[in-house]
Design a protein around this ligand. Structure first.
Ligand code: ATP
Ligand code: MG
Length: 212
């Protein structure tokens, strides 16, 4: 099975699609956002530093992110994986080339700025990683404010606000978007329009996974 790398603007649904792929195919889901939020929740000194960066919508240093990914990939010992949130810069992508073999495909989840901002406004998140959206009937939790899966209380992420969104989206344009051409040139890029319902998106992604 091919490893999967997601490239996407904020709120494009990397986490949701990763979760669905994990259930269907048994991938290990590596979400750098979730890993960083777990570090924050642990109350460590590093978590505290990271929180200041993330809450403003800025990117954490390449050095730290590359360390995190290296140790995670060592830990999973060759099991098929999804990278959700890494690489986000050219420097991260180049480091990843030194670690990965050729057995991967990159999927770009395409979403306009207007659609991304709408999703951010309505999004609620559980600490287990599952996201909901109050602006979409199909994506609301069964019980208001409670995670369907683990029953914990849903929260608004501290970086899911209009101000941090501007920084996050600009970071996507200025740092991450170059990766589209980078992976296109390697013949590794698939583009999926994500301004559609979750199941249709998942069908396209499954086709990419199954064909490769
Ligand atoms: P989504 O909306 O799909 O959850 P996102 O891009 O808004 O995607 P996360 O992937 O959860 O959010 O990442 C949250 C934050 O964590 C980023 O805004 C950034 O501050 C930090 N982060 C995560 N991955 C990286 C990375 N590879 N390099 C630098 N910073 C990162
Ligand atoms: Mg995410």
């Amino acid at each position: 099975m091919k490893n999967i790398i997601f490239i996407a603007p904020p709120a494009a649904g990397k986490g949701t699609q990763s979760q669905m792929l994990k259930e269907k195919y048994g991938y290990v889901h590596i979400s750098t956002g979730d890993l960083l939020r777990a570090e924050i929740a642990s109350g460590s000194e590093l978590g505290c530093e990271v929180k200041n960066i993330i809450d403003k919508g800025n990117l954490v240093s390449d050095e730290l992110m590359i360390d995190i990914i290296k140790s995670k990939l060592t830990e999973i010992k060759g099991k098929p994986f999804i990278l959700d949130g890494f690489p986000r810069t050219l420097n991260q992508a180049e480091s990843l080339d030194g670690i990965l073999d050729d057995n991967y495909e990159t999927i770009y989840l395409e979403l306009s700025r207007e659609d991304a901002v709408k999703r951010i406004e309505g999004r609620l998140t559980c600490s287990c990683g599952k996201s909901y959206n109050m602006n979409d009937e199909a994506l609301k939790p069964k019980v208001a404010g409670i995670c369907d899966i683990c029953g914990k209380e849903l929260v608004k992420r501290d970086d899911d606000n209009a101000q941090a969104f501007i920084v996050r989206y600009d970071n996507f344009l200025n740092n991450t978007k170059v990766l589209i051409d980078y992976y296109k040139n390697k013949n590794k890029l698939h583009i999926v329009d994500v301004n559609r319902n979750i199941n249709d998106i998942f069908e396209d992604i499954s086709r990419i996974v199954a064909n490769d």
